[in-house]
Structure formats: structure tokens, C-alpha cells
Design a protein around this ligand. Sequence first.
Ligand code: CU
Length: 111
Amino acid sequence: MKLRIVSFLAAAALLGLPLAAPAAPVPAPTVHIKNFMFVPATLTVAPGTTVTFINDDDEPHTVTSTVKAFDSEGLDTHQSFKQTFAKAGTFQYFCEVHPYMHGTVIVKAPQ
Ligand SMILES: [Cu+2]
């Protein structure tokens, strides 16, 4: 009887348990700077995510943290800036050239 149970468990382990599937690649989160706006204005990512900011306008823009945690400096048309958000939190930024342009990156672990 004991042998039977062991055999059953061994068979179940061989046949029944799916191997963990590799995680699907998550598209790299991107914020476009377009028509003097950050799009999307609010982006939520997991800790450790690198966000790419791309200037789609014909005007220079910056991606500047309100608390100076990061700063792209001037981005010309089609130039991009990457920032990795290691820790959870809410990170607000703006454009130094056009201070009315605001954006937010919310970093939190997936639920
Ligand atoms: Cu700007």
C-alpha cells in the first residue's frame, strides 16, 4: 500500500505538475513627450523597471524630478532618456523648459 502511494506521487510529479512557464516579456514602458505633454501623464511600474522617455515634439524638453532625483537635461526631437526606478514610491517630474508640463511615475510591486 505504501509503495502504491509513493508510485502514485512519483507519477503525479512526472506527469501532472506543469513546469513554471517562463514569464512573458513585458514591453518596456515608455513615456512619450508629445504636444507639450507627457503621455501617459501617470505611469505605474514595478520596482526595478526602466522607463524610457522619448521626445516626439519639435521643441526641446527635459524630464526632471521635482526633488532632483533624476534629470534628463535637454532632449531634442527623437532623443530619449532612460531612468530605472529601483524602489517603490511616487516620483513626480516636470519639464524645466515648460514647467507646466508634469508627469508621475508610480512604482509599486504587482498585486
Ligand atoms: Cu518641455
